[in-house]
Ligand binder design. Structure first.
Ligand code: FPP
Length: 225
């Protein structure tokens, strides 16, 4: 039996280099990257085997970037959420933010919550957008939640206290680097990792499908024989 890519997670890297190649400012790469998100979410929503798609949009470390780039990403997120709501609804996609969104402005937090609420009834794909997300931060927050509730920390209780409990089947990183960059470290314990040199703004649903086809033929043993 072939593997099912139920939870696909993507590190969307390479926006800046794409823009440089086009002799454009870095932010143009982010703009194009946001358009690619739409294509990939739509594709995943029509792919019966995928139930969750988690995309890494802004890490806990991304605040270190120049203020003008961070400000641009915040504005882009604002624009993205407003523009994408009808697309989410049309494709029966439930939007969820993972990460510590309390780090964002009140206005952005409200928009994130509204997008979650307005798509909460959607039963197709769940699209997690990782925002002010870091896996170490997620695990620490989960442990603190359990402690505050007086619960014992076990693998199961910790898993359930995470922002997203579902284990990752297929983790893809675009942009040519081979690292996890503090993304879903717990959930990706047994994920199959695929790295592509394609820069995120050039990534297509066609390439995603070909990665899924390769993933399906991998033998997953989960520590067994
Ligand atoms: C990495 O490219 C990309 C990010 C910082 C996160 C991904 C952001 C987007 C896809 C666009 C914004 C999306 C939303 C929803 C607002 P990089 O800048 O690190 O590229 P580089 O490695 O070539 O410099």
């Amino acid at each position: 039996m072939s593997n099912l890519p139920r939870h696909v997670a993507i590190i969307m890297d390479g926006n800046g280099r794409w823009a440089q190649q086009q002799e454009q400012p870095r932010v143009k790469g982010h703009e194009r990257g946001a358009e690619v998100i739409r294509d990939i979410v739509t594709f995943a929503s029509r792919h019966e085997e995928i139930s969750t798609l988690t995309l890494y949009a802004f890490s806990t470390e991304n605040w270190k970037r120049p203020k003008v780039e961070v400000d641009f990403l915040m504005k882009l997120l604002n624009r993205y959420l407003k523009k994408e709501l009808p697309i989410y609804l049309e494709n029966n996609v439930r939007f969820c933010a993972i990460g510590d969104v309390s780090g964002f402005s009140g206005k952005l937090q409200k928009l994130i919550r509204e997008t979650e609420e307005k798509t909460a009834h959607c039963t197709g794909l769940t699209q997690n957008l990782a925002l002010n997300y870091g896996a170490k931060d997620e695990i620490v927050r989960a442990v603190n939640t359990l402690q505050a509730e007086g619960r014992v920390v076990t693998s199961e209780s910790l898993n359930s206290a995470l922002d997203t409990p579902q284990s990752v089947d297929l983790l893809i990183r675009t942009g040519g680097d081979h690292r996890l960059s503090n993304f879903l470290l717990w959930q990706a314990a047994y994920a199959e990792l695929f790295f592509t040199r394609t820069l995120w703004p050039d990534f297509t649903s066609h390439e995603l499908q070909s990665i899924i086809d390769r993933f399906k033929s991998v033998e997953r043993r989960f520590g067994g024989l």
